[in-house]
Design a protein around this ligand. Structure first.
Ligand SMILES: *[C@@H]1O[C@H](CO)[C@@H](O)[C@H](O)[C@H]1NC(C)=O
Ligand SMILES: *[C@@H]1O[C@H](CO)[C@@H](O)[C@H](O)[C@H]1NC(C)=O
Ligand SMILES: *[C@@H]1O[C@H](CO)[C@@H](O)[C@H](O)[C@H]1NC(C)=O
Ligand SMILES: *[C@@H]1O[C@H](CO)[C@@H](O)[C@H](O)[C@H]1NC(C)=O
Length: 437
């Protein structure tokens, strides 16, 4: 009945998305944040009715032994179970454990994920055994591989001479090689994934892949070999531009389409990343489009101009963070961004508290941004690129039109879980869920 109604009302041809995935990442360190940024388990629960999967982030990889281990034993020893037990209340929910992310930063062993790939079969078994032990002991449904592989080099800012030199150099050195053994690592990753999969299959555990921002799929992921091994693949298709990677120029952090202007690189957008997987014959239902619930802020200088139209030049790295997340990477949560947008009560403020001017992308292709030009002293300039609930909804529609499995949100703790912005809690989760149908 319902189905027929849908067909007749919307002329829908396919019902493939009637059970779309909404993969909700949960950074467990948000449980330990001070003040309003703390996401406790009760607030988290409100989102779970909308999520098909909760991905608990993050555990680490031990260098040398290649074991999966807790990055915060004091928290995880209770919290793993507190979270997996929520399934009793939300029976549709699967809870996965994610290894890596951008949390497992180990300056002494920056290549430990590559070392795991290079290890022999006996050593890799440590990874598999330790992961299965951790999953089973704590009631997880599976493991998410969010391995930290070397990242693509950011676009360099150059004068004309620099550009000429870059082109010249490229001829001789190849295209900014960050991993000379990438081809070998790609094969080794498929092999490792195959071994994990066969161990997990008999234990009835899920295995998923997260492609982290700026990790180049061409180098590390053999799509035809990998997709049959994964229950699904989440493309974290955002942070193409960040104030850490691109301190001297600001651009859309997560555009859907390529905007072929100002020498943008053609692969730094969602459409390219997605098509790469699709063109290598990954079934679209296997892919979930990753959307960030946070934005990135750059500091504007007087030379950045007043319009704010990206690419914005002469920026000065990371802009002032929000009051709650206090990030050194220019990361602003959605409620922090919302509080900087014009509202009546802030309209009279000046200086660092003056509201930003919001620029809505009417083409629905690139993203929204907001800015406050620097003042005469060169102070208080800020430029923020972000997906608000509306634009996250636009991306959900894009994912649906592409026939994808669904959307992956990174992550619940940066959505407005207190309803500080409009009173509605988890507005981004709700918007995505609504548009995914
Ligand atoms: C695997 O590597 C370890 C450490 O390098 C070594 O001790 C062990 O003998 C190797 N095992 C096999 C089967 O090659
Ligand atoms: C990987 O990087 C190369 C060189 O920078 C680029 O040409 C290619 O499109 C990238 N692949 C993906 C999937 O982004
Ligand atoms: C923000 O972090 C810095 C260190 O990175 C610290 O000195 C400062 O007190 C923090 N501010 C708040 C409001 O937590
Ligand atoms: C904001 O101000 C406008 C006009 O100054 C007024 O019409 C509107 O009701 C105000 N909104 C709120 C939420 O106070």
């Amino acid at each position: 009945m319902k189905l027929l109604l849908l067909f007749s009302l919307l002329g829908v041809l396919s019902i493939a998305n009637s059970s779309a995935n909404l993969i909700c990442y949960y950074d467990s360190t948000s449980f330990l944040r001070p003040g309003l940024a703390k996401l406790d388990t009760r607030s988290l629960e409100l989102a779970l009715q909308f999520c098909s999967h909760l991905v608990y982030g993050y555990v680490g990889l031990k260098p040398g032994t290649h074991e999966v281990f807790s990055l915060n034993v004091d928290l995880d020893m209770f919290h793993f179970r507190d979270i997996t037990q929520l399934r009793a209340k939300y029976p549709q929910l699967k809870v996965l454990l994610s290894v890596g992310g951008d949390r497992d930063v180990d300056e002494q062993h920056p290549n430990k994920y590559l070392e795991l790939l290079e290890a022999n079969r006996t050593e890799q078994q440590n990874f598999i055994d330790s992961s299965m032990l951790l999953l089973r002991k704590n009631g997880f449904d599976g493991l998410d591989l969010a391995f930290q592989f070397p990242k693509n080099k950011p676009r360099k800012v150059h004068g004309t001479i620099g550009t000429y030199w870059k082109k010249f150099k490229k001829l001789f050195t190849g295209d900014f090689v960050v991993d000379p053994l990438a081809a070998q690592h790609k094969d080794q990753f498929s092999e490792l994934a195959r071994n994990i999969k066969s161990a997990y299959q008999s234990a009835n555990l899920l295995l998923t892949l997260t492609v982290l921002p700026n990790v180049n799929s061409t180098w590390y992921f053999d799509v035809p070999k990998l997709h049959p091994l994964m229950d699904f693949i989440n493309l974290a298709a955002f942070d193409f531009y960040t104030p850490m990677r691109n301190p001297e120029e600001a651009d859309y952090t997560a555009p859907i389409m390529f905007l072929d202007e100002q020498q943008r690189l053609p692969h730094l957008n969602i459409d390219f990343q997605l098509n790469y997987w699709l063109q290598h014959r990954c079934p679209p239902q296997k892919i979930n489009l990753g959307i960030a619930t946070y934005g990135r802020a750059w500091k504007l200088s007087k030379d950045s101009g007043l319009s704010g139209a990206p690419v914005v030049s002469c920026t000065m790295g990371v802009g002032d963070g929000g009051l709650q997340i206090n990030s050194t990477e220019g990361l602003l949560s959605w409620p922090e961004i919302c509080s900087k947008l014009p509202q009546n009560q802030t309209a009279i403020y000046r200086g660092a508290n003056a509201p930003l001017r919001k620029v809505t992308d009417l083409t629905q292709k690139y993203g929204n941004y907001a800015l406050r030009p620097a003042d005469e002293q060169g102070e208080h300039g800020l430029w923020v690129s972000y997906d608000d609930p509306d634009f996250a909804g636009i991306k959900a529609v894009y994912a649906k039109n592409k026939g994808l499995g669904g959307v992956a949100l990174f992550d619940l703790s940066y959505d407005d879980f207190r309803g500080l912005c409009t009173g509605q809690k988890f507005p981004i989760v709700r918007s995505v869920k609504y548009f995914l149908g």
